[in-house]
Write a protein that binds this ligand. Structure first.
Ligand code: HEC
Ligand code: HEC
Ligand code: HEC
Ligand code: HEC
Ligand code: HEC
Ligand code: HEC
Ligand code: HEC
Ligand code: HEC
Ligand code: HEC
Length: 422
């Protein structure tokens, strides 16, 4: 222990000395680097040439000590534009859209270089990008697709963890929609431009934006960021399954899986859609407008009968839980002690949740198991609630009889006193 403590003290001293020299070094370094004629001159220029110090200081690259020259080349020590922006000094001029991935990749695909800054940072963005529809089309000469700067921005580019970053989870959808929701821009590709509009109605968007739950998916969670391709039909389940594990396990064992695969149907998406996924209710199992089963099954066939039975079971359990809740609430309001049964109700609710997951087996026996377990609890709780009210009524009646008896005694006494007085 003594050695350990001694060591940690030594380490503390060393760390302070290290931090101090690092500070002096950094200060000296930044003084030595003060001359940046590019930003001095460009700060005063109008758009699009205007790049101010204030804007660039927000950029992760500036914060890590990189300068204009790191990307554009040139001689930042000269105030003479013909010197500063001279191809002989390595000046590259404006980076053409088609050259952007190559430029960014020149550092970001170099593990030895990137390791000096952050060893945990991936260095596969460019190679991934080449596999995406964006990358493939760019390679084929289509400059309208997304390049690195369309998603990340430029000159005030921030780390994805920064809430102001264009690729922070809460901003991704708008970033993609900049092109994908622009019908004029996307004209000619023959793909829909409603992804954002639909996604904005989804339970995923609501969970992410309204509730701030970063575990809910945005565009890139399902499509990938650098390897952006739509998940192929056979891959969709895998995407949904990374989060909805139990439904996927049930679905995988169901006869729907093989049947859908052989018909090239996109699994979960058949019943839930891809972008406009909403909170499902039991009506999804029904035959009304929200129902999803009748698009393939016909009224009265075996599958339809199984569907009707499963729906009936869910409805029954749902109603049983409501009845028990009501009876217990009444008893509670009447001052009866039913807290144990009220707690037990959560087991019935859990059973209902499990039964709704078990729907994905499309096997009425499995659904029945969960429903029966829930019914047992809910019906018992209903009895507890009703029993409590019977007990309360009995006590009330008892109280009434006692009050009557007391009243009669008092009346007798009064009569007796009057009799004595007279
Ligand atoms: C004294 C002012 C001045 C200095 C110093 C200067 N620039 Fe410029 N720069 C300009 C002006 C003005 C333009 C726009 C007119 C033009 O294209 O020549 C420009 C254009 C550019 C462009 C866009 C070129 C294009 O084709 O649209 C880039 C990129 C650029 N500068 C980068 C730099 C870098 C990097 C440095 C430092 C090494 C630098 N500039 C230094 C004034 C300056
Ligand atoms: C991380 C790399 C990077 C750094 C650092 C960087 N730029 Fe750029 N710059 C680019 C790219 C890429 C483009 C092309 C823009 C696009 O694709 O939208 C560009 C475009 C420009 C343009 C042309 C704008 C236009 O639309 O005509 C100017 C001017 C410019 N940069 C100046 C600067 C100045 C000045 C600095 C330093 C303050 C700087 N850049 C730092 C990557 C960089
Ligand atoms: C001259 C080398 C260089 C070039 C060129 C370059 N970067 Fe960087 N980039 C870096 C360094 C160094 C960091 C800081 C890494 C760290 O410590 O987080 C960085 C950080 C980033 C980050 C934040 C990573 C994180 O999570 O912290 C993003 C995003 C990024 N760069 C995107 C780009 C894009 C897009 C381009 C092209 C327009 C580009 N970079 C060009 C060197 C470069
Ligand atoms: C279609 C949009 C899109 C394009 C194009 C794109 N990125 Fe990204 N990038 C993202 C998103 C979204 C994230 C955030 C990832 C996350 O948080 O999981 C990201 C993250 C990053 C990071 C942080 C480290 C990491 O891998 O998570 C770097 C560095 C980066 N991108 C560099 C690049 C470079 C270099 C290019 C061009 C070759 C590029 N990006 C093209 C959307 C894009
Ligand atoms: C600069 C505009 C632009 C931005 C920003 C952009 N895209 Fe794209 N994207 C395109 C274009 C153009 C295509 C080509 C359409 C095609 O080939 O069907 C495309 C194709 C795609 C495809 C393949 C569609 C198909 O089935 O053909 C997907 C998936 C995709 N983008 C997702 C995204 C995601 C996710 C984001 C945001 C992280 C994003 N895109 C950002 C322009 C953009
Ligand atoms: C929950 C997962 C998920 C989310 C979130 C998601 N997508 Fe998709 N997306 C899919 C699936 C699944 C497909 C269809 C794939 C297929 O049928 O091959 C698809 C298809 C696409 C296509 C191809 C054209 C089309 O509409 O069929 C584009 C482009 C696209 N999505 C962009 C986006 C954008 C932009 C966002 C964010 C606003 C987004 N997606 C959010 C799963 C998702
Ligand atoms: C990155 C994780 C993730 C992915 C991928 C994902 N989801 Fe979700 N999903 C969530 C979260 C988080 C919620 C909201 C919390 C909840 O209600 O479970 C949610 C909610 C839902 C709901 C509503 C649940 C309810 O009780 O209201 C459905 C249905 C759904 N997702 C289906 C899908 C489908 C289908 C896919 C694939 C196309 C998918 N999800 C992909 C995380 C994910
Ligand atoms: C054949 C249609 C169908 C398919 C395929 C399907 N579901 Fe469902 N899903 C439903 C129905 C019906 C409900 C509503 C159950 C209820 O509330 O009564 C539901 C409910 C859900 C819920 C809400 C939570 C719950 O369990 O009540 C989630 C999450 C979900 N499904 C995810 C998935 C995922 C992930 C897949 C793919 C692995 C999938 N579903 C495939 C029909 C389907
Ligand atoms: C896209 C078409 C499609 C949809 C939608 C669909 N099914 Fe099916 N279903 C099939 C096919 C195909 C089979 C397998 C062949 C068969 O048995 O008819 C099947 C089989 C079944 C089976 C028999 C399972 C077994 O193991 O014997 C049941 C039960 C069933 N479906 C119920 C449902 C319910 C409930 C829904 C709605 C939530 C639904 N299906 C939605 C196409 C569909």
């Amino acid at each position: 222990m003594a050695i350990l403590r001694n060591n940690s003290r030594q380490f503390g001293v060393l760390a302070s000395v290290g931090a101090l020299s690092l500070f002096i070094f950094a200060a000296a370094f930044s003084f030595g680097q003060t001359k940046n004629s590019c930003v001095d001159c460009h700060s005063a220029l109008p758009a699009p040439e205007g790049v101010t110090q204030q804007m660039f200081s927000q950029d992760i690259h500036a914060q890590k000590g990189l300068t204009c020259v790191s990307c554009h080349g040139g001689d930042a020590s000269s105030d003479d534009p013909t010197q500063a922006m001279n191809v002989k000094a390595g000046w590259k001029g404006k980076i053409d859209r088609k050259q952007v991935p190559q430029l960014c990749g020149s550092c970001h695909s170099n593990p030895a270089y990137m390791r000096q800054y952050d060893p945990s940072l991936h260095t596969d963005q460019l190679s991934q990008y080449h596999t995406s529809i964006h990358g493939k089309r760019l390679a084929a000469g289509d400059a309208k697709v997304a390049v690195c700067t369309d998603c990340h921005g430029v000159h005030n580019l921030r780390a994805p963890s920064d809430p102001r970053s264009k690729v922070n989870p809460v901003n991704v959808a708008t970033t993609c929609a900049h092109c994908h929701a622009d019908a004029a821009y996307m004209k000619g590709y023959g793909i829909p431009t409603n992804q954002l509009a639909q996604y904005n109605t989804s339970v995923h968007h609501e969970d992410l934006v309204a509730r701030g739950d970063l575990s809910a998916p945005t565009c890139t969670t399902c499509h990938g960021n650098h390897g952006a391709v739509p998940p192929g039909v056979d891959k969709v389940q895998n995407v949904c399954a990374t989060c909805h594990v139990f439904q996927a396990q049930m679905y995988d064992k169901s006869s729907h899986k093989a049947a859908f695969e052989s018909a090239s149907l996109p699994g979960c998406v058949v019943c839930h859609s891809n972008h406009a996924i909403t909170h499902p209710t039991d009506a999804k199992l029904g035959t009304g407008p929200e129902g999803v089963c009748m698009q393939c099954h016909s009224r009265g066939d075996n599958c339809d009968q199984a569907r009707a039975e499963m729906l009936n079971e869910l409805t029954q359990l749902n109603q049983a839980i409501k009845n028990a809740d009501q009876a217990l609430a009444e008893a509670d309001a009447a001052g009866m002690e039913v807290s144990e049964a009220r707690m037990a109700q959560s087991q019935a609710r859990d059973a209902l949740t499990k039964a709704r997951v078990a729907i994905h087996s499309f096997n009425k026996v499995l659904v029945d198991q969960d429903v029966q377990a829930g019914l047992k609890v809910a019906n018992k709780d209903l009895q507890v609630g009703r029993q409590a009210m019977v007990e309360r009524n009995r006590r009330r009646a008892g109280l009434g009889v006692s009050l009557l008896a007391i009243g009669m005694v008092l009346a007798g006494l009064w009569l007796y006193i009057r009799k004595i007085e007279s």
